[in-house]
Ligand binder design. Structure first.
Ligand code: NIG
Ligand code: FE
Length: 429
């Protein structure tokens, strides 16, 4: 008999995502659904995933253990959101209106708005304010089924302000159930006051900021925005080589608004992920596939920018690239914490089917964070991170869009959302 502290019963479907990791090619569309499924956890780990009938035969709930009733809903892994710009201050709703009236993302940035306006607001914020903002956003993510999230700095752009953002992430993460994986994005743009000294800013990144961030254990990865308005591939390579020497994993904001060679660079440097990729070409696709670099697609950002140019998602899948999905949560190009919204956009804009989108936002997203062995699927031995959605099957997660179906969330074996509300266990690390 398997002993359990928590069992989840009454599910119409359990979507396991068990099997190959990451999901490549046709396997992306194989969610591993168990009809009338059930799940059991002991401590922070899953100990059983199977049919309800088998659970009755093989699993015993220990005295004091909990039964979570899925009430005919769908049980699936907690979402893994592998690309967010979490700890910023200020919003940019006026830019949203300006863009609706005909301004562009680039023209707003050139006039001093865009990323630089968030930098100004974030520099003004205290560590405590950023921590509180981050905690509130983690609450909302958890309520929408996300149990693991990547969080980038990149709105400080001085050593002190970047470290302040990363400290805010660390403090918030230690006080919250959601697992947070921090990334240093000091190379988001060249800050306004350094515009005439690009080389000096790059040197400060490589010689001061990256070593300081790595020494303090404040980030697991380093990201660079490679773009006409940000950093060249040559500058990015210098920055990322320094990051690699400091022991950080590598990521690139690649080929978002044009083909800047970001995908090729990510593949050549063996980056963990290349993100955005709206303008990646066939050569870039082949290299990402060969390098095993995960393509993190961000349909919310493209949608919010009203960018009609979609990334060649189907070609990437067909050619063996590991494709993941993320929100890109940030105030300029994607102000939503909801991964479910991203599932719908990936289906409607890129032609993924719901099973593919779910795999991209769970097991492949975990892989993009280097966590594929620990989370992102429901398999015995993995972390007990799951959500119960009030939908009759997984198709509804993308099909019935724009509302929050998430009713319950289990993080590391603990019930942190119940009846659509946070429980006291959501805060407390
Ligand atoms: O991922 N591409 C650059 N960075 C963000 C946007 C940040 C902003 O506009 O504040 C992105 O879309
Ligand atoms: Fe981003």
């Amino acid at each position: 008999m398997i002993e359990a502290d928590l069992i989840v019963t009454g599910a119409a479907e359990v979507v396991t995502l068990s099997g190959p990791s990451p999901r490549l090619g046709e396997s992306l569309a194989e969610p591993g659904v168990i009809p009338d499924g059930a799940v059991a956890a002991r401590g922070d780990r899953l100990v059983f995933v199977g049919s309800a009938a088998e659970l009755d035969r093989r699993v015993r709930l220990r005295p004091g253990g909990r039964r979570l009733e899925a009430a005919g809903g769908t049980v699936l892994p907690g979402f893994v959101d592998p690309h967010t710009h979490l700890p910023f201050a200020g919003w940019r709703e006026e830019e949203f209106v300006a863009r609706l009236r005909g301004d562009t993302y680039e023209s707003i940035a050139a006039a001093g708005g865009g990323i630089r306006s968030t930098v100004a607001a974030t520099r003004r914020a205290t560590l405590e304010e950023l921590e509180a903002l981050t905690l509130a956003r983690l609450d909302r993510m958890l309520l929408h089924g996300t149990t693991t999230v990547e969080a980038k700095s990149g709105y400080g752009l001085t050593a002190a302000d970047e470290i302040k953002q990363l400290e805010a992430i660390r403090r918030a993460a230690s006080a919250h159930a959601v697992a947070v994986v921090p990334t240093f994005l000091g190379a988001h743009v060249v800050p306004a006051e350094r515009r005439s000294d690009r080389a000096g800013y790059v040197r400060e990144l490589t010689d001061v900021m990256i070593p300081a961030v790595a020494r303090r254990g404040l980030a697991r990865a380093c990201d660079v925005f490679v773009d006409g308005g940000a950093f060249t591939p040559q500058e990015a390579e210098t920055i990322l080589e320094a990051a690699r020497s400091a022991g950080l994993a590598l990521r690139i904001h690649a080929d978002q608004r044009g083909d800047w060679g970001g995908a090729r660079l990510a593949a050549r440097l063996g980056a963990l992920s290349a993100d955005h990729l709206e303008h990646v070409d066939d050569d870039g696709i082949a290299r990402l596939a060969a390098a095993g670099t995960v393509a993190i697609l961000l349909p919310g950002a493209a949608h919010f920018l009203r960018d009609a140019h979609d990334p060649p998602a189907r070609r990437m899948i067909d050619r063996g690239v590991a494709v993941a999905l993320a929100t890109d949560f940030n105030p300029g190009t994607c102000p939503t914490e909801s991964v479910a919204v991203i599932l719908s956009l990936a289906c409607l804009r890129y032609g993924l089917v719901p099973a593919e989108a779910i795999a991209a936002a769970t097991i492949n997203a975990a892989h993009a964070l280097g966590l594929g062995a620990g989370c992102g699927s429901l398999e015995p031995g993995k972390r007990a991170d799951l959500q119960v959605a009030a939908v009759p099957n997984h198709l509804h997660l993308a099909y019935h869009f724009g509302v929050n179906h998430c009713r319950a969330v289990v993080k590391s074996g603990r019930v942190v959302v119940e009846d659509g509300r946070l429980t006291p266990l959501a805060r407390g690390g």
